[in-house]
Design a protein around this ligand. Structure first.
Ligand code: SF4
Ligand code: SF4
Length: 140
């Protein structure tokens, strides 16, 4: 069993092939150490500093054998967990809303990877899921 953020990745790298990796200096990211671009923040839509991407939209640091800056990858990469993404998506969105929001083929693939790996999560998340189920069934 593994904790959140400790994903048994097997090198799929799907989550490195699309999307916006925002840098977080408050979480230890040293902006000057990375190749960056301005991109809309996924939370606010405001321009923010993110990792640069290649013409195909994949991360500038993704190579054939995986991440070339693995030991110094940004906080967002260290924290990302496709299993948790799957959990959030299935626990907080209805099926039609998921279909509407999650449209990019690679995003769907990441969600599918999270679904495949979800049983490797620790008991703490299982407890979280149980709590969420309880709250859903007992809204009062
Ligand atoms: S999609 Fe999931 S399994 Fe694949 S690299 Fe990203 S976190 Fe790891
Ligand atoms: S820095 Fe590494 S882990 Fe982060 S998106 Fe790029 S290739 Fe993936």
């Amino acid at each position: 069993m593994t904790a959140i953020g400790d994903v048994p990745c097997n090198g799929c790298n799907l989550c490195c092939r699309y999307g916006i990796v925002v840098l977080h200096p408050g979480d230890g990211d040293i902006v000057e150490n990375y190749k960056t671009r301005l991109a809309p923040s996924p939370e606010t839509g405001e321009p923010t500093i993110a990792l640069a991407v290649k013409p195909d939209g994949s991360c500038i640091y993704l190579a054939e054998n995986g991440c070339t800056v693995h030991s110094s990858r940004p906080a967002a990469c260290r924290a990302f967990d496709c299993r948790y993404l799957y959990w959030i998506a299935t626990q907080t969105m209805s099926r039609p809303l998921r279909r509407q929001k999650i449209r990019h083929p690679l995003e769907k693939a990441v969600l599918s990877q999270g679904r495949k790996l979800r049983r490797t999560l620790t008991a703490s998340l299982t407890e979280l899921m149980t709590a969420k189920t309880y709250i859903t069934k007992n809204p009062d």
